[in-house]
Design a protein around this ligand. Structure first.
Ligand code: FES
Length: 144
């Protein structure tokens, strides 16, 4: 390999490394999941969350999210509720909701998913299962 070819190859590798580092290291603290491994959705994927309970307080904040029964439930920046399976389809790390980009994100290796769970960027290849949400008063039903 010629020196120029080697440097060009190194430059591409460095750019790729920086991009990968940015996905993991440039994310906001609000999307940290501490590398937690998620649980698969339990057989109880039809449940109701009381939005008045302290444990669900994050759902009163645009961009906030909670985990329940293997599902991540998030409130978008426009105030609607969305839900998908919490386990990243790559290696099972719990995804987080990144409200500023309206996406689900895995801090482990940088996979990102749309707000409906569709893979935007790998290494994950499979979509997250999407769940339905409906609000009646202060009660949020999640089902799928
Ligand atoms: S476990 Fe999510 S990207 Fe690897």
């Amino acid at each position: 390999m010629e020196r120029k070819e080697f440097i060009n190859a190194l430059g591409l590798s460095t750019a790729t490394l920086l991009l990968a580092t940015c996905f993991g290291g440039c994310s906001k603290a609000s999307v940290s999941n501490n590398g937690n491994t998620a649980q698969p959705p339990s057989s109880n994927s039809d449940f109701v969350l009381d939005l008045n309970l302290t444990e669900n307080a994050n759902l009163g904040i645009n961009g906030g999210f909670v985990y329940k029964n293997g599902i991540i439930i998030a409130r978008t920046t426009t105030g609607s509720y969305i839900a998908v399976a919490m386990a990243c389809t790559h290696q099972g790390t719990a995804v987080v909701y990144d409200g500023s980009n309206n996406r689900f994100f895995c801090n482990n290796h940088g996979s990102s998913f749309s707000n409906t769970g569709v893979v935007n960027n790998g290494p994950a290849l499979t979509n997250l299962k999407q769940y339905n949400t409906t609000v009646t008063g202060s009660m949020l039903r999640v089902y799928g």
